[in-house]
Design a protein around this ligand. Structure first.
Ligand code: TA6
Length: 293
């Protein structure tokens, strides 16, 4: 299974045509192409990447799968007080570590991020991140490992994979979230934004400005639309964030392409309600497997 590593990215290719492009900047997946099962012909792009996205490391990538660590949203924990929104992992250069699997089933690459001076000036906790990306013919697996190398301190963090699924936003249905509790971050007041609601819809849509953080995420989420279907198989994560800014908010995002909000839904597995407390020497793993129909 061929792979290609340059100074700024890793490209994995499957003999039947699937491919994935990972920038070392932020370990950000910026392209995943795969064909539907039984589909003949060339694989299609499954992720949204804004044509205005910065791909030169000047800022977090608008699209693909940004890696969010150690905090989600504006920092709230004392350890994160100097960090930008969504933490530092998506804004730092990760290192190519190794190809960990390469056979007819697929190819896996391991990327790592450890403290360096550009991080320690903002964040003083010890940590070790490992990101394993595996490409198969119809699946893309992304496993984020958080290790606490400390001998005595706990590591408090949040983590999330900010997956931009390419889809007609006004036609998607996301299931099964019926009965799940969530907070609605589009509410106007801080109190309302932290009030838990219960999902009453059997299928969630994003036809209006949506920014919801669901608790107790199911092990499998389905995102479907006329002519398309993508499953997310999840483990280790406890929350699922669904985001689409729609026009009023989306048009204010500087690196959002013209009407880009019409062409994606963010479905983001995470651990973002409260903080995961990792003991000395412990590891937490969050796995997302994207599966085409
Ligand atoms: O996707 C959830 C969210 O926290 C939204 O509130 C919105 O801010 C989005 O992330 C994008 O954040 P970014 O910092 O990438 O512009």
């Amino acid at each position: 299974m061929p792979y290609e590593k340059t100074d700024d990215k890793v490209v994995l290719k499957h003999p039947k045509g699937a491919s994935v492009v990972i920038l070392l900047f932020g370990a950000t997946i910026v392209s995943w192409k795969a064909s539907d099962r039984g589909q003949l012909g060339s694989p299609t792009e499954r992720l949204f990447l804004s044509s205005k996205a910065a791909l030169d490391g000047s800022k977090a990538v608008r699209g693909g799968i940004p890696v969010v660590f150690p905090c989600f949203g504006p920092p709230e924990h004392p350890d994160h007080s100097k960090l930008p929104q969504h933490g530092f992992a998506r804004n730092k250069i990760w290192a190519f570590d190794s190809i960990v699997m390469d056979n007819d089933a697929g190819v896996s690459v391991r990327l790592i991020l450890q403290p360096n001076p550009t991080i320690t000036k903002l964040y003083t906790k010890n940590f070790h991140l490992v990101y394993v990306v595996t490409l198969a013919e119809h699946e893309l697996s992304t496993d984020i490992h958080v290790l606490n190398p400390a001998s005595s301190e706990t590591l408090d963090f949040q983590a999330l994979l900010h997956t931009y699924i390419r889809a007609p936003a006004n036609e998607v249905s996301i299931t099964p979230l019926l009965g799940k509790r969530y907070v609605d971050k589009t509410e106007n007041s801080p109190e309302a934004r932290s009030t838990l609601k219960e999902e009453g819809r059997s299928a969630v849509d994003v036809r209006t400005f949506t920014d919801s953080v669901y608790e107790d995420t199911p092990p499998e989420i389905n995102v479907s639309w006329p002519g398309g279907d993508l499953a997310l198989k999840l483990s280790g994560f406890t929350t699922l964030t669904i985001w689409n800014p729609q026009e009023e908010a989306g048009s204010k995002i500087g690196d959002m392409e013209e009407k880009g909000w019409e062409r994606f839904v963010c479905v983001e597995p995470g651990y973002v309600r409260g903080f995961k407390q990792l003991g000395p020497g412990e590891t937490w793993i969050g796995q997302q497997v994207l599966v085409v129909a």
